[in-house]
Write a protein that binds this ligand. Structure first.
Ligand SMILES: Cc1cc2nc3c(=O)[nH]c(=O)nc-3n(C[C@H](O)[C@H](O)[C@H](O)COP(=O)(O)OP(=O)(O)OC[C@H]3O[C@@H](n4cnc5c(N)ncnc54)[C@H](O)[C@@H]3O)c2cc1C
Length: 268
């Protein structure tokens, strides 16, 4: 099997900084991590490889040059090959522009790596949180898509996907090629091995810049290609301590709360 995993490098959530002018996240020089949901997608691919050793896992990321760290982490865990799409023109892309660029990159990678039987994404990125890119890539590439995957099993020309539902889970069978987005599974992720880490530190990561996409429609990438207009972004100020109501019975506590709300002119 030939699996591609889309991986996003995200700011370590304690370090969120926003560019006050462009209203986009400052990513350069900010401690960053592999988006946790993409870690689950990579582990799902690695579990297929455990059972089908001839499986090849390629990881793809769009981001600033520092995103190579995220790709090296994936190489040290389970990936065989890594690609980074990076270039000023791609910066500030919203989900539509991001998914368009990634889809063009996937077509380019398939010229080299062969057709991907499955494309795995995280359910969502913990910074943009839109959960849009995975399904958008599937639409651009006219692929069957299954979201909220917990685990996937190769079964001939099909992929069997354990999908999370409100009631628990269901097993979906999808003909390959297809795209699956992954949410948090019940099992633990594997750790990088020393051997893989040493190899990952030396591994060549192929960088794809704007020059590698001579035919890409410039009006569909970066800020120019992003219909999303961020009106305002801000780091909310820390809330003052609220009022704690603790009477000796639930009834008294509810009455106290009602009194406070009425004092504030809030009627229920
Ligand atoms: C605070 C904040 C709010 C934002 N709000 C919006 C918004 O409302 N609408 C909007 O269009 N954009 C928004 N953006 C921009 C958005 O973050 C980027 O477009 C981003 O590249 C993709 O969207 P996402 O982070 O929501 O990813 P998601 O759609 O949540 O990501 C889903 C999956 O797609 C893959 N993926 C996503 N980005 C990449 C990448 N760069 N490289 C490789 N794989 C990737 C990963 O597998 C990931 O798990 C916001 C950004 C920030 C920081």
């Amino acid at each position: 099997m030939n699996i591609l995993v889309c991986v996003k490098q995200v700011p370590d959530t304690t370090e969120i900084r926003i560019d006050p002018v462009k209203k986009v996240l400052i990513r350069e020089g900010v401690p960053s991590v592999v988006n946790p949901f993409d870690g689950y997608a990579l582990e799902a691919a690695a579990r297929i490889k455990d059972k089908n050793p001839d499986t090849r896992i390629t990881v793809l990321c769009m981001g600033p040059m520092q995103a190579q760290d995220a790709l090296r982490e994936c190489l040290s865990i389970a990936a065989d090959k890594a690609y980074l799409v990076s270039g000023r023109g791609f910066g500030g892309s919203d989900t539509l522009a991001t998914s368009h660029i990634l889809s063009q990159a996937i077509k380019k990678l398939e010229e080299k790596e062969g057709r991907f039987d499955a494309i795995f994404c995280g359910k969502q990125a913990i910074d943009g949180d839109t959960a849009q890119v995975g399904p958008e890539i599937a639409e651009h590439l006219h692929l069957t898509q299954v979201t909220y995957g917990l685990e996937a099993f190769a079964d001939g020309a099909f992929l069997k996907i354990k999908k999370e539902t409100e009631a628990g889970y269901e097993i979906i069978q999808a003909k390959m090629p297809c795209l699956v987005t992954f949410t948090k599974p019940s099992w633990h992720l594997r750790y990088p091995t020393i051997q893989r880490k040493l190899a990952a530190d030396k591994a060549e990561i192929t960088i794809l810049t704007e020059e590698d996409f001579p035919d890409i429609d410039k009006s569909r990438i970066g800020l120019a290609g992003s219909p999303t207009r961020v009106k305002k972004t801000f780091v909310p100020s820390k809330q003052k301590e609220g009022v704690k109501i603790e009477e000796d019975s639930a009834d008294k506590t509810a009455r106290k709360l009602m009194e406070l709300l009425e004092k504030k002119g809030i009627s229920l």
